[in-house]
Design a protein around this ligand. Structure first.
Ligand code: IMP
Length: 192
């Protein structure tokens, strides 16, 4: 059975990843003796995904992948970008992040934005990257109570409801994370 370490402590993501990568054995950080928080100080999604995967690889030398994701708003020059989780500062607060975003977007007519997920896989000592995006736009009020992060203000193209108004299965099916994961899965299947 093919084994991979997923370099994340986020339980929601771990659950989602197990569903998508059925047929693979996915180990967690604790399984390889990592209990500390992994530093994430990069300036791009690629840097951060690599930093997390490489941290684990340096410790265990095993096949490992990590993801980094966020929201990119075109009219705000790419903000909140890699700072999505802590846009309004520490401690991380989803509601404050949304409030700051809506405040910055007041009076702006270009509401286009996308979610991006970048996966860095270190497989047999070599790095591979997989990217998934979902385009959409930011509305000026919060709608829905599912999901997390910026879900209540993001409507993906082709829909008229926010990510937070969708049930989990639909969001997971069309999400940036799913797209990146499916690409990695395809790559891994070819290696089997
Ligand atoms: P992470 O790198 O996946 O932990 O994501 C960083 C931040 O981006 C999160 O804390 C959220 O603010 C935002 N984000 C990433 N993916 C999503 C999503 O699917 N919905 C809403 N917000 C997201």
């Amino acid at each position: 059975m093919f084994e991979l370490v997923f370099a994340s402590a986020n339980q929601g993501k771990i659950k989602e990843i197990h569903k998508i990568l059925d047929g693979f054995v996915i180990k967690g950080l604790r399984d390889v003796g990592i209990n500390e928080e992994i530093p994430e100080t990069g300036q791009t999604f690629f840097d951060n995904a690599f930093q997390k995967a490489n941290y684990v690889y340096q410790k265990c030398g095993c096949n490992v992948f990590a993801d980094d994701s966020g929201l990119v708003v075109n009219a705000l020059n790419g903000e909140p970008g890699v700072h999505s989780a802590i846009y309004a500062g520490y401690p991380k607060n989803d509601l404050k992040n949304i409030q700051l975003l809506l405040q910055k977007m007041q009076g702006i007519s270009d509401r286009s934005a996308y979610f991006i997920s970048v996966i860095c896989l270190i497989y047999q000592g070599k790095e591979y990257y997989f990217e998934g995006r979902v385009n959409g736009h930011i509305i000026d009020e919060m709608r829905g109570s599912n999901g997390f992060g910026y879900d209540p203000v993001f409507i993906p193209d082709g829909y008229n409801i926010t990510f937070a108004e969708m049930d989990n299965d639909l969001k997971n099916k069309i999400s940036h994370r799913n797209k990146a994961l499916e690409k990695m899965k395809e790559f891994l299947i070819q290696q089997k």
